[in-house]
Design a protein around this ligand. Structure first.
Ligand code: ADP
Ligand code: MG
Length: 592
């Protein structure tokens, strides 16, 4: 068989001739160093290869061989708590092997620890009928994650043997006799290609909120478990902080965090901080349920293109186990730039702003992999992938193609506003521009789960904020004095909503996370204040009476943020003081 050979090197794009035995999307080993690459175009015997490692020094005529396999990830116990690069090479271990800070080229390190023994517990018996997706055994992967060993795609039949006990990822744990009489030998690991979404039985309507602990999000712009959300915003508006907050505090089982083309120190921060942080939902270290993918700005650009697929495929794997998974990408703009760079080097016909014409379909395909699904197999198990991505348009201009194509497919838009971030209103989520198409579904779910009219509260809060923005125009023209007392109450409540509720300090030990119950207490106090103030005004008090008579209680409302979750009942007690102060306003005309 003829040997492929390099005929052109252009940065991350390499062309090789004599490649007739290879296929598009094959993974190939390029050059004497055996750099990892993927064929992205084939013309006759010439393959265009995007190389995932630095190509400097790669010479013409060096050999190229195909593996015949698509870009794929290795899946099994031991993924959790690890950090990988964009093509799933374990970063810490590569450092150990090469004793250097940067990835040495051509180094191949196993993804999963081959020596580690896992205590395998059987979930099937000999003679059981199984099909792909069925759980045959479990392994306690971390303190909080039970790793479910599933029958791989394409395998079905009768369990012929099952052997629990201490096993490595490569030991044969079970065998399946298939219909054609062949025997499938199952281990703890499997390989999945990353470029297509994993099959499932059916998609379900996601109705359960993903509680992030961030008030502006959970209350006004919630995302469901299985939903998709985007955070577009200019540099410095707080995209990364929001992504970190969600990764830290969401009530999901698993988080896959993809640092895609952004600064390396942000991933270092995650690595330093996450192990020390306690997950409020499990009481264990955050890393017990987190997997990191790092392809930062200093790493090869082609691997950045792959990183989001590596991340979402790992997310789908845990989804299939029956978990709720959040996959965060910061930022998809950097991913799109990598796509544009490769397309440019291929001399493809450029579309909008130089992005390839298929940008929109690639973005749509990515977000379509989010969802709440019933997984393959007989169990009826459900799992979800929630996709939350930052988009960093140049200059913050959201009319550009990446933002526009993203907003076409996601149902939640958290728009960050540089005006807000400059005024230090964080999170700088613009409450007038942002939206969540899940709001009503989630609101109904919460209404049913609690005995509150949550959706009513949310709508009331939002209408006060919208009212404020209209009134502000008048105030700017003719001054606040010209407003009616009713409108001034609106302005007062809106300010409480903005400052005491929407603003949330990510760096404050208590304020950084607010449980749903605490959010409900805080919001209902502000709305209760609003209602009582209006009542009091209708009974004859003036706006100034109300303002002067409620300084203390408004201070208490403002300081609710500082009250710990354990002392939440103190927040509920504020309502009594609101009632009492309003009564006094009526009796004394606000002199206290
Ligand atoms: P971006 O990723 O959009 O460029 P960052 O997420 O890095 O922006 O945020 C920039 C800065 O804004 C942070 O370093 C921090 O000082 C401030 N910031 C953002 N969000 C918050 C928040 N919720 N609480 C406090 N400060 C914040
Ligand atoms: Mg950032």
């Amino acid at each position: 068989m003829s040997q492929g050979r390099v005929i052109k090197v252009a940065g991350p794009l390499v062309e090789a001739a004599n490649m007739e035995s290879a296929n598009i999307r094959d993974i190939v080993k390029v050059g004497n160093l055996q750099l990892i690459g993927e064929i992205i175009q084939m013309e006759n015997d010439v393959a265009a290869i995007q190389v995932y490692e630095e190509t400097s020094g790669l010479g013409l005529n060096e050999p190229v061989e195909t593996t015949g396999l698509p870009l794929s990830v290795e899946l099994g116990p031991g993924l959790m708590s690890q950090m990988f690069d964009g093509i799933q090479r374990p970063l810490e271990k590569i450092e150990e092997v090469t004793k250097s800070e940067y990835l040495a080229r051509g180094v191949s390190v196993p993804v999963l620890d081959k020596e580690k023994l896992w205590e395998v517990e059987a979930k099937v018996s000999i003679g059981d009928t199984v099909e792909h997706g069925d759980v045959v055994a479990v392994v306690q992967e971390t303190k909080i994650v039970e790793h479910r060993i599933m029958i791989p795609k394409g395998v079905s039949g009768t369990i012929k043997s099952i052997e629990p006990g201490e096993k490595t990822v490569d030991d044969i744990v079970y065998t399946v006799e298939q219909k054609d009489g062949s025997i499938f030998e199952g281990t703890l690991k499997q390989r999945w290609p990353v470029r297509q979404g994993r099959p499932y039985k059916r998609k379900l309507l996601p109705k359960q909120p993903l509680i992030t602990g961030q008030r502006v999000i959970d209350t006004f712009f919630p995302v469901s478990k299985g939903g998709a959300a985007a955070i577009p915003g200019p540099f410095g508006a707080g995209k990364t902080v929001i992504q970190h907050q969600i990764a830290k505090y969401s009530d999901v089982d698993i988080v896959v965090y993809i640092g895609c083309g952004e600064r390396g120190n942000e991933m270092t921060e995650v690595l330093d901080e996450f192990p020390k942080l306690i997950d409020p939902n499990t009481g264990e270290s955050l890393m017990e349920r987190t997997i990191l993918i790092a392809n930062t700005s200093n790493m090869p650009v082609a691997a950045r293109e792959a990183s989001i697929y590596t991340g979402i495929t790992i997310a789908e794997y845990y989804r299939d186990m029956g978990y709720s998974v959040a996959v965060m990408a910061d930022s998809t703009s950097r991913w799109a730039e990598a796509l544009r760079e490769m397309s440019g080097r291929l001399e493809e016909m450029p579309g909008d702003e130089g992005y390839p014409a298929y940008l929109g379909s690639r973005i749509a395909e990515y977000y379509e992999r989010a969802g709440l699904v019933e997984v393959l197999g007989n169990s009826g198990r459900q799992g979800s992938v929630t996709a939350i991505s930052a988009v960093s348009p140049p200059g913050g201009d959201t009319s550009e193609p990446v933002t526009q194509n993203t907003l076409r497919v996601v149902k939640v838009f958290w728009g960050l506003d540089s005006g807000l971030s400059q005024r230090r209103h964080f999170p700088a989520v613009d409450w007038l521009e942002s939206y969540s198409l899940y709001l009503d579904e989630i609101g109904e779910t919460i209404n049913q789960r609690t005995n509150m009219n949550w959706l009513g509260m949310v709508n009331r809060g939002m209408s006060i904020l919208q009212n404020e923005s209209e009134l502000q125009e008048i105030v700017q023209l003719v001054g606040v004095e010209s407003l009616s007392d009713r409108d001034r109450i609106t302005m007062m409540t809106a300010r409480m909503l903005r400052e005491d509720y929407l603003q949330q300090n990510a760096y404050d030990d208590i304020d950084t996370y607010t449980s749903f119950d605490k959010q409900a207490s805080m919001l209902s106090n502000i709305l209760h204040f609003d209602e009582k103030a209006r009542e009091t005004q209708e009974y004859g008090a003036t706006y100034s009476d109300i303002e002067n008579g409620t300084n203390q209680v408004r201070e208490r409302i403002a300081r609710s943020k500082e009250i710990t979750e354990d002392n939440r009942d103190q927040i509920d007690l504020i309502k009594e003081q609101i009632d009492q102060d309003m009564r006094e306003v009526l009796q004394t005309g606000g002199e206290n």
